[in-house]
Design a protein around this ligand. Sequence first.
Ligand SMILES: Nc1ncnc2c1ncn2[C@@H]1O[C@H](COP(=O)(O)OP(=O)(O)OP(=O)(O)O)[C@@H](O)[C@H]1O
Ligand SMILES: Nc1ncnc2c1ncn2[C@@H]1O[C@H](COP(=O)(O)OP(=O)(O)OP(=O)(O)O)[C@@H](O)[C@H]1O
Ligand SMILES: [Mg+2]
Ligand SMILES: [Mg+2]
Lengths: 224, 224
Amino acid sequence: VVRLTDVRKVYGGQVEALRGVNLVIEEGEMLAIVGPSGSGKSTLLHMIGTLDRPTSGEVSVAGHRVGELSDRELSALRARHLGFVFQQFHLAPGATALDNVADGALYGGLPLRERRERAAAALERVGLGHRLGHRPHQLSGGEQQRVAVARAVVADPPLLLADEPTGNLDSAAGAEVLEVLRVLHTSGTTIAIITHDMEIAAWTPRRVRVRDGLIAADEGPSTG
Amino acid sequence: VVRLTDVRKVYGGQVEALRGVNLVIEEGEMLAIVGPSGSGKSTLLHMIGTLDRPTSGEVSVAGHRVGELSDRELSALRARHLGFVFQQFHLAPGATALDNVADGALYGGLPLRERRERAAAALERVGLGHRLGHRPHQLSGGEQQRVAVARAVVADPPLLLADEPTGNLDSAAGAEVLEVLRVLHTSGTTIAIITHDMEIAAWTPRRVRVRDGLIAADEGPSTG
Ligand SMILES: Nc1ncnc2c1ncn2[C@@H]1O[C@H](COP(=O)(O)OP(=O)(O)OP(=O)(O)O)[C@@H](O)[C@H]1O
Ligand SMILES: Nc1ncnc2c1ncn2[C@@H]1O[C@H](COP(=O)(O)OP(=O)(O)OP(=O)(O)O)[C@@H](O)[C@H]1O
Ligand SMILES: [Mg+2]
Ligand SMILES: [Mg+2]
């Protein structure tokens, strides 16, 4: 469902964030992406998620060669196929937790009331049933992170990309998030999780280790 | 150096984030503040750091009763006594990593060039000597977090309050941050660290456990 071929990403003509990455993610897989801070993990996720274009090399998602699509076609592809949990959350500051999550289901064609019902259910699964009406600045760091998780899963995307989804959570709240991901995975969702938590990395079937803009190791199912 | 007496904090007349907290922090201590997401830790840190006023109860910092100071006097007190690492970093988006950190030493009366030298040294100690000229949006999540740490320590404040300073870091980068904190502590700095990392909590001499807006336990030196 995802194929990266010799992908390079250079920022400002100087910083080589990715230096020739080859990666294949099969449908239904769950993998962790680990590596030192600054090694290129979030950049890699942005390439997989088509949020940014590589400097060179090819990205293919759901059979489409991303480099051949217009921005509009890319936007439609993302809406259909991808869910994101961003490292910095990127919640809409003016909307409640409920509406932030309901917006996650915007492309499914469902009416607002139904999207809000799904949003409430998703928020309850990450322990935020008592915070539906709070806006992001009225939430703790870990609560904002969980809203970001709920928003990504509510649309039930075929491919879910999560960048450090538990970094601000205690073990109990983190376990709730992982349970949501585990259930999604069992129902067929393909999931890639960037994490600094070695327990999570040990829990996923596959581990992709990034170092200095390259994939240093790829351990577990669907590899080599 | 810090005394909280029966501190309560209610948001919007409804959310009781702190429900009667009593806490004493002696000069030169290092403690971890732990507890579930949403339990009141960041709110507690904001009370200790005088960034917000309690709904009721008293806060005393460096011998001053905070409730009796004007906003201007409070601002001066903070500038002299406190350093912060925020959970959401709060870096200046238009300034480089170097200048973000140099601003941390603004109240010491040092000229810009000297502040920049100190800033460069602080950034090198957290492994960012190669990112001095990058602006926040040109840094990874963990790099931004480390810039926030460097900015808090560069002024050598008597009291350092760090909210989840390693949540976005791998173990190597996290260890660099902890080493910076350890060295500061050895030189006499009083340090309070909010963390979800149980290894860090085990490493500090004292652990304050927060639960539902109350201090549920206080283990280690300088207690009971
Ligand atoms: N401005 C606000 N208005 C209403 N409720 C708020 C506001 N700020 C925080 N809260 C609530 O107060 C509670 C405590 O928040 P706080 O940020 O102190 O938690 P925390 O322990 O730091 O959590 P985390 O580990 O997730 O960072 C949370 O349940 C949060 O929803
Ligand atoms: N817009 C940019 N301009 C210049 N350099 C950038 C830019 N964005 C990222 N970088 C650099 O590219 C490198 C990789 O960044 P990336 O965000 O992918 O790291 P990461 O592995 O996700 O790190 P972390 O674990 O800290 O989140 C970093 O060293 C960063 O400084
Ligand atoms: Mg990252
Ligand atoms: Mg917090």
